[in-house]
Design a protein around this ligand. Structure first.
Ligand code: LMR
Length: 395
């Protein structure tokens, strides 16, 4: 039967992981997949996470099923972290999900059954898994204008103009913070304008927040989502713990629903649980229990927060230093935008050929659209990398 299948389209980010692993050159540099790296180029288990995991293992009396919602303590704690005091408990429900991607998938399926004719608007560009996940859930998609490569910023007016074509009930996918792949973000002044626009046009925000705490801090990063939660009657949000708790392979995330009233939200939540049952039944517990342990223990919470802040400020420092190194080596300010971007990613604005040459000639790996993982920048070694980048631009 398998002869009927065509080869799968490889995911361009995951494909890079394989190519990098096979590369035998000792100087190879991975700026591809979005995992945090420390100065030793490792992706460490965060100290508070390690301690919380030990507590979980020591206190766990049973591994019996918890139910379709997963760990309800985790759900309450992660919803609090995301929404802060903008949380309306009567209208908000949360289900634990296998990573942010799992949350996106079940939310997309929920929207497809609630509004089968709705169009999902994705930013141009967006994280490469958004489009196939929405399509696989049966939703129609379109893109909205977002990134301006000439300035490295968001074309906000143009974004609203392209979203004006959307019909009432259509869905707009927004990156809560730290836009992936561009690093260009909607500003705190723009979120209320966007919220008002969405309310006026009867559009439903679908917020993907995978990097809370990687931009300007936990509360500032959640500002967009909180602003929308205050303003719109309905929204969905996918939350990932992969990056800010560093629990990538343990797959912990959450899907949050905000409905018009508690009755409608409860019905939607029941449907969401049944979608989980059909897809994977129940989410993995271990790291959700660890995240819960951290968030409800003031000592562990502040230890985690401090480590997260050190990761964040390290990325900010690398951004500034790399922009300086590129300014010096290129003799232009064309990369200055790197310093004002936030989160793990920025697009350098190189061509596919230049990205391919960096890989083959300099053993520097980045996604084909020239997205770099800022946390993967060599520290020290920025000057040499800047030189390599300028060399492929000048030939
Ligand atoms: C990335 O964009 O590199 C990360 O979100 C990892 C992934 O799943 O693609």
């Amino acid at each position: 039967m398998f002869q009927t299948l065509a080869p799968a389209e490889p995911d361009k980010i995951l494909q890079l992981i394989g190519l990098f692993r096979e590369d035998q050159r000792p100087e190879k540099l991975d700026l591809g997949v979005g995992v945090y790296k420390d100065p030793a180029r490792q992706t460490p288990v965060m100290a508070a996470v390690r301690k919380a995991e030990m507590k979980v293992i020591e206190s766990q009396a049973s591994k019996s099923y918890l139910g379709l919602e997963g760990h309800t303590g985790f759900n309450a704690a992660i919803t609090g972290l995301a929404l802060g005091d903008h949380l309306d408990p009567a209208r908000t429900r949360t289900i634990q999900a296998p990573g942010g991607s799992g949350a996106i998938r079940i939310l997309a399926e929920l929207l497809a059954s609630a509004q089968p004719d709705a169009v999902v608007y994705l930013s141009d560009p967006t994280w490469p898994n958004h489009l196939p996940t929405m399509t696989a859930a049966g939703l129609n998609t379109k893109t909205y204008r977002y990134f301006d490569p000439s300035t490295g910023g968001v074309r906000f007016d143009s974004m609203l103009e392209s979203l004006s074509a959307a019909a009432p009930g259509d869905i707009v996918v927004l990156h809560g913070c730290c836009h992936n792949p561009t690093g260009a973000n909607i500003s705190p002044q723009q979120w209320p304008v966007l919220a008002e626009f969405l309310v006026e046009k009867h559009l439903i925000p679908f917020v993907d927040m995978a990097y809370q705490g990687f931009g300007d801090g936990l509360d500032v990063d959640a500002g967009g989502l909180r602003c929308l939660a205050d303003a719109v009657p309905e929204l969905v949000a996918a939350i990932s713990c992969s990056k800010n708790f560093g629990v990538y392979c343990d797959r912990v995330g959450a899907a949050i629903l905000i409905g018009r009233n508690s009755r409608e939200t409860d019905t939607a939540f029941g449907q969401l649980k049944s979608l989980a049952r059909r897809n994977y039944s129940m989410p993995p517990n271990h790291a959700a229990a660890a995240v819960f342990t951290i968030l409800q223990d003031s000592g562990l919470r502040s230890e985690w927060h401090d480590e997260l802040d050190r990761m964040r400020t390290r990325m900010l420092r690398l951004r500034t230093e790399f922009a300086d190194a590129l300014r010096q080596k290129s003799g232009t300010g064309r990369f200055d935008f790197l310093a004002s971007h936030r989160g793990m990613f920025s697009r350098l604005g190189l061509s596919l050929q230049q990205v391919a040459r960096l890989r083959s000639e300099k053993a520097v790996y980045m996604v084909g659209d020239s997205r770099i993982n800022v946390a993967g920048l060599p520290d020290p070694g920025l000057d040499r990398l800047a030189e390599s980048i300028v060399s492929v631009m000048n030939d």
